[in-house]
Design a protein around this ligand. Structure first.
Ligand SMILES: [Zn+2]
Length: 208
């Protein structure tokens, strides 16, 4: 794996944070680390920058998600059902927009927000929860990964779990070269904000 085998691609987002950087990794499998948000602008930017290195969207064999946020996972929707979608199992209810999970989130925030002194308006909460998915996708993982695992087609890279910014957050570490693909673990111009999430049903809330 050389430096040329990892190509940074800058994709615009509709969010204040600005662009998101996804990575094309030329391992045994042509792999994209994160996809970008589900917007026409992001799709165009991704396709143009892939074309600049002679890669078509349909050449991508697998997408590895660092975490489930819409600006990282949303653009999964432009890929065919043939590709592998790989990430921590905690991505699943978010990227599939599982209705039972959506309802559970609403009930969770309905209980928690008043405890934190935040007025809760059911109509607004529904809208707010929905807005977090406006640029997301409806896909499913085809493989889940955990701490210490490797990924087929990405020799030398291993998975480290880094929950905090998102419960689903992982980074990929290439020990030999010392490189890490960090998702939103570090952000250039702001803190890597911990985001309050509803726990898995029946579980206790984690404290990011
Ligand atoms: Zn994020």
């Amino acid at each position: 794996m050389t430096t040329e085998d990892v190509i940074a691609i800058r994709v615009p987002t509709p969010f204040a944070v600005g662009d998101v950087i996804v990575y094309l990794v030329k391992g045994d499998a042509l792999t994209l680390i994160d996809a970008g948000p589900n917007t026409k602008e992001a799709a165009r930017a991704l396709q143009e920058q892939l074309a600049a290195v002679n890669v078509k969207l349909s050449d991508i064999e697998q997408v590895v998600l660092t975490h489930h946020h819409a600006d990282h996972a949303g653009l999964l929707d432009v890929f065919s059902d043939e590709i592998e979608v790989i990430g921590h199992a905690f991505n699943e209810p978010y990227i599939s927009q599982n209705q039972a999970f959506m309802d559970w989130q609403k009930r969770f925030f309905q209980k928690l927000l008043p405890e934190l002194g935040v007025p809760f308006d059911t109509g607004k909460a529904e809208k707010l929860i929905r807005s977090a998915y406006a640029f997301s996708c409806t896909r499913s993982l085809t493989k889940s990964i955990r701490e210490g695992m490797g990924i087929d087609g990405l020799e030398g890279w291993s998975v480290l779990e880094m929950p905090g910014h998102a419960e689903s957050h992982i980074v990929l570490f290439h020990e030999k070269s010392g490189r890490m693909l960090g998702g939103d673990l570090l952000l250039a111009n702001s803190s890597s904000n911990p985001i309050l999430e509803a726990p898995k049903a029946g579980d206790v809330r984690s404290k990011p």
